[in-house]
Design a protein around this ligand. Sequence first.
Ligand code: AMP
Length: 280
Amino acid sequence: MSKVFNTTTSLKSELDNYRSDSKTIAFVPTMGGLHAGHLSLVDIAKENADIVVVSIFVNPTQFGKNEDFDKYPNTFENDKQLLDEKAVEIIFAPSKDDIYPQGTDSDINLGEIANILCGASRPGHFEGVVQVVKRLFEIVKPDIAVFGEKDFQQLLIIKQMSSQYFPDIEIISHPIVREADGLAMSTRNLYLSTDERRFASKLYQVLLNAKQNYLNNADIQTIKNKATTTLDEAFSLDYFEILDANTLMEITTNTDKIAILCAVFLGSTRLIDNIIFNKG
Ligand code: AMP
């Protein structure tokens, strides 16, 4: 059975015990609403450390004013059962006051990478993400931390922050886990109606097409025009970009990995997805 800790103090003292026994600690931060994508991160964590800590905390500072903070799914009992089945040692489910004892104000500035793509449509989002991940890293002090490529921009931003403030923490990433029809697993998929859910897999089809066209040497602007037209007919388009996967900037002659990234609205649900591949 996973042990549940709701306070920073109790968690820290438990982890100190493990550390004094020279156990290594892997950390998987989540907002709950767990699915097989999260569980794949847990598997990687288990393979790479003695003890796994999974946090479940819906971080208010990464949600915009009109976003879904108030209705974000809370499935704690189910999450706990899934983590029990994975034999996760520790679940950390803190309160907001425990995470932010001095309040939520922060002066984090992440530069341009946080202002493009999801950062452009969700101002302050990545600053909130970095604020909570920094705080969680300070509390858990893991040897490794595992993140999903589903949130690819977030992954790059966290790697950047971590190399600056926590150079000893190894960041490991895991590819996107998908439903049978290709839809990237997401807690927010719970918001979709039956019809919307059926329709949602079209997003991945557009990404796959764009990748194929890129590999067939089609012109980037032409691929983008085609994809954005298709996506805008099917969904309400937020962005569709083809970029250097290491920098999230324009592709150059030095680019070795490509990222095709997109975000759309289906009804009021925002879906994001991406494909990462070698330039070839
Ligand atoms: P969240 O609970 O949405 O904040 O996600 C917690 C972690 O799970 C993040 O590192 C996500 O990138 C990762 N994650 C979410 N969905 C998936 C997925 N479908 N495949 C792989 N990782 C995922």
